[in-house]
Design a protein around this ligand. Structure first.
Ligand SMILES: [Zn+2]
Length: 347
């Protein structure tokens, strides 16, 4: 019985392939499914000869095959109708046929929040700039006031690629471990005052877990003018976060050490999940670390060709992945780069 069913199914599918008109399709359907003389109908009638215990299994099999074949008939009918409507061979166009479903993708949550940040900064007059992902020790560490013995220079954190002799002598190249190097490139090639952002990927040789990835997204901003106060920087951060989260947020700044800023700040946002009461998202502190920031260190301004006595500034270094996780309540950073459609379809 099973063999017979398979054979008849293959015959039907093969004949369907050759069908070119709706009339042929109708004839084919009659040939197999007409109540009296259809080959398939006859097979169904034969079920009564099957032994009692085999009947349920055979019945299921017949139903499965019938469903598959009927679907093929429907598909061929749809495509024949569309073809005829398209070529003008027929003036018949069946408006009652359901449309063909298109799978429409959505933007990755990181891209969505990056676009939100772009909009928020553009609204405040910032330019969007892009630096290279492969860069040099000079740009990533020397220019940014990292001491020669700073541990992130070691291979355990930074992906070093090669050494090469350039105009500056022997240079070490790496995948950028942060974006900040791009800010000096911008300063060297533009005239102050300026305000700009430079989003992108950064790379670090780290053990991955729910909070760490080897490749992650950052979003940095630098504003340089003759006079910028730390309070001005704080208002900037608050304005940007409120645009991204679409609600009022509270922020606080604590002192923190980062070689490229002086003084350096850790900028926290009041946990949006518990509104400061304490929950698992904020580890019961009521505040979530959002980003470091602060005025550029005089050595960094000098590396960018600016006189630190004349120019001041404010850096914001946003961990984009973390911001996205906070916005959507995602608890594992690795999901973002997994390409798992079950995850991505939620956005
Ligand atoms: Zn909380």
């Amino acid at each position: 019985m099973k063999e017979q069913l398979n054979k008849i199914k293959n015959n039907i599918l093969a004949e369907l392939e050759r069908t070119e008109t709706l009339q042929q399709l109708e004839d084919l359907h009659k040939k197999y499914f007409s109540r009296k003389s259809g080959d398939f109908s006859r097979l169904i009638r034969d079920v009564k000869n099957v032994s009692q215990e085999m009947k349920p299994a055979v019945g299921r099999l017949i139903n499965d095959v019938k469903k598959e074949v009927e679907e093929s008939f429907d598909n061929i009918k749809k495509s024949l109708n569309n073809k005829m409507a398209g070529t003008g061979e027929s003036n018949f166009f069946d408006l009652t046929l359901p449309g063909v479903d298109q799978n429409i993708g959505t933007l990755h949550p990181i891209t969505q929040v990056k676009n939100d940040l772009d909009d928020a900064f553009k609204f405040l007059g910032f330019e969007i700039y892009e630096g290279p992902e492969i860069t040099s020790e000079g740009y990533e560490f020397d220019n940014l006031n990292f001491p020669l013995n700073h541990p992130v220079r070691e291979s355990m954190d930074t992906y070093w690629i090669k050494q090469q002799t350039t105009k500056k002598g022997m240079e070490k190249f790496c995948l950028r471990p942060h974006l900040t190097g791009a800010s000096v490139r911008y300063m060297q090639t533009h005239k102050p005052p300026f305000r700009f952002v430079y989003p992108g990927r950064a790379f670090r040789s780290e053990a991955t877990d729910a909070g760490h990835e080897r490749c992650f997204y950052q979003y940095e901003a630098l504003i340089v003018n003759e006079r910028i106060s730390v309070a001005g920087g704080k208002i900037l951060v608050k304005t940007i976060l409120e645009r991204v989260f679409g609600r009022e947020v509270r922020i606080r700044m604590r002192t923190g050490f980062f070689p490229f800023v002086e003084p350096g700040f850790e900028i926290d946002m009041e946990c949006l999940n518990c509104l400061g009461k304490g929950c698992s998202v904020c580890k019961h502190k009521g505040w979530v670390e959002m980003m470091p920031g602060g005025p550029p260190h005089p050595n960094v301004l000098r590396a960018g060709g600016l006189d630190p006595k004349k120019w001041q500034g404010f850096y914001i270094n946003i961990g984009l992945d973390r911001l996205v996780m906070m916005k959507y309540g995602i608890d594992d950073i690795r999901l973002m780069h997994s390409g798992d459609l079950r995850f991505l379809r939620q956005f």
